[in-house]
Design a protein around this ligand. Structure first.
Ligand SMILES: Cc1cc2nc3c(=O)[nH]c(=O)nc-3n(C[C@H](O)[C@H](O)[C@H](O)COP(=O)(O)OP(=O)(O)OC[C@H]3O[C@@H](n4cnc5c(N)ncnc54)[C@H](O)[C@@H]3O)c2cc1C
Length: 385
């Protein structure tokens, strides 16, 4: 299909914009963007939702915009006012508009409840709000029509109780977007909000009730919607690489990388980890279907998958020798990049995956506290959403 070719994948890596409008619209036409919205006729159960994101990951599809839009659609469907739902949801589900997540700030990432971006009512009737502040890491802000924005509406109460969520149109005057290019070939953004006026109809949930909205968004993000099958495209690349003899005169000298037991061990371990990550995702879906909270299971799946991905890329770099640290674009030397640079790329990409959507340390805290009942490490981290 023209919307998911090697060139499309390469372009996403070149630009860092992990979003393909044509692919997005193709899924919308098939009704898949409604899969995360329980109130819609095209809603899917968590196993089907998980299957969609697994297929996207297996195909190495640039799917970030699909993920964030579906998270916001799910939040809007569950907690948006009837008027906001009627205005925005059909456009999101039709693939005409995308939405992104504006939670993190320079001083509030893991401790996201410390958000300081202020929203102040412009009049006593709270007919509109003035928003001022700065958000960090708003991935795909430069392509989005809407941002799910976490703001502080009350600085005089415990921090979780003074937050309010808005769905802000990104073409509102006063919004400035600057790119941040990460080591993972992924672009994200810093977004400034200066005197941004939005009507009260953009609010989602109660005034000072933003933490509840946040919890719904995070449970979707850490459920079955991606970031648990990153090993699969890497495995496809290294398995193909391991089968092909290296050129005569190179360090492989006619041998296949897979003739080295250390290479086989690293690949086999990664394969086993990929299977375990899949089962953990299925377990998350099962808890959801069974009416139990999938939050901790989803965190365990993301924690396991992201750290296994990082471990595998490092082990593969060790066994692939110099080729393991060369980029696909490295030419002219005596050593070629191993697996077309996919091992080197995974080593960079896996670092970022262990941070976005909540860090490895925060995930471990959550598992220790909420699964094992161990004492709380620190008040007020993302782990308590
Ligand atoms: C590529 C990328 C894309 C992102 N996309 C988005 C997005 O679209 N929207 C959005 O809102 N955010 C996004 N994020 C932000 C992401 O969620 C945060 O980076 C993450 O939650 C960590 O926050 P921080 O960067 O402020 O680090 P900090 O919270 O400052 O953490 C720094 C270090 O301290 C550790 N640490 C912090 N608190 C604790 C604790 N209590 N116990 C143990 N260790 C702790 C962390 O694990 C980390 O190693 C993105 C991040 C990246 C890198």
């Amino acid at each position: 299909r023209s919307w998911l070719t090697d060139e499309v994948r390469a372009q996403a890596r070149r630009t860092g914009t992990v979003h393909v409008p044509a692919l997005h619209r193709a899924l919308a036409e098939r009704g898949w963007l409604a899969a995360s919205a329980p109130g819609e006729r095209a809603a899917r159960d968590p196993f089907e939702l998980g299957a969609l994101f697994r297929e996207l990951e297996l195909a190495d599809a640039p799917y970030h915009g699909i993920g964030t839009t579906m998270i916001v659609a799910g939040v809007l469907d569950q907690l948006g006012s009837p008027a906001l739902r009627a205005e925005v949801l059909p456009r999101l589900l039709a693939g005409e508009a995308t939405a992104v997540l504006g939670y993190s700030e320079p001083g509030a990432g893991s401790d996201v409840a410390s958000a300081r971006t202020r929203a102040v009512p412009v009049d006593d009737a709270r007919s509109a709000w003035r928003i001022d502040g700065q958000k960090m890491w708003t991935t795909l802000a430069h392509t989005a029509a809407h941002c799910l924005l976490l703001t502080r509406t009350n600085p005089d109460v415990p921090k979780h109780r003074g937050l309010t969520m808005f769905l802000v149109p990104m073409d509102t005057p006063g919004i400035t977007i600057q790119p941040i290019h990460t080591i993972a070939d992924e672009r994200t953004n810093v977004v400034f909000y200066d005197d941004v006026i939005v009507p009260d109809s953009c609010r989602i949930g109660e005034v000072d009730g933003g933490w509840r909205v946040m919890a719904v968004g995070l449970s979707l993000e850490r459920g079955v919607m991606g970031s648990t099958a990153m090993l699969e495209p890497l495995l496809a690349a290294v398995t193909a690489w391991a089968r092909v003899p290296g050129p005569a005169g190179s360090w492989l000298d006619g041998e296949r990388p897979g003739d080295d037991p250390a290479v086989l061990t690293a690949i086999a371990r990664a394969r086993a980890d990929a299977e375990a990550a899949f089962l953990l995702t299925q377990w998350t879906a099962w808890l959801n279907v069974a009416g139990q909270s999938p939050a901790v299971a989803g965190t365990i799946a993301k924690l396991f998958a992201s750290t296994a991905y990082q471990r595998a890329s490092r082990e593969l770099q060790d066994v692939a020798g110099l080729g393991g640290i060369l980029r696909a674009s490295a030419t002219g030397g005596v050593v070629a990049s191993a697996a077309d640079g996919e091992i080197e790329r995974a080593a960079r990409h896996s670092c970022v995956v262990t941070i976005q959507g909540g860090t490895t340390e925060i995930a471990r805290n959550l598992v220790a506290e909420q699964r094992l009942g161990l004492p709380k490490t620190r008040q007020g981290t993302r782990s308590q959403a």
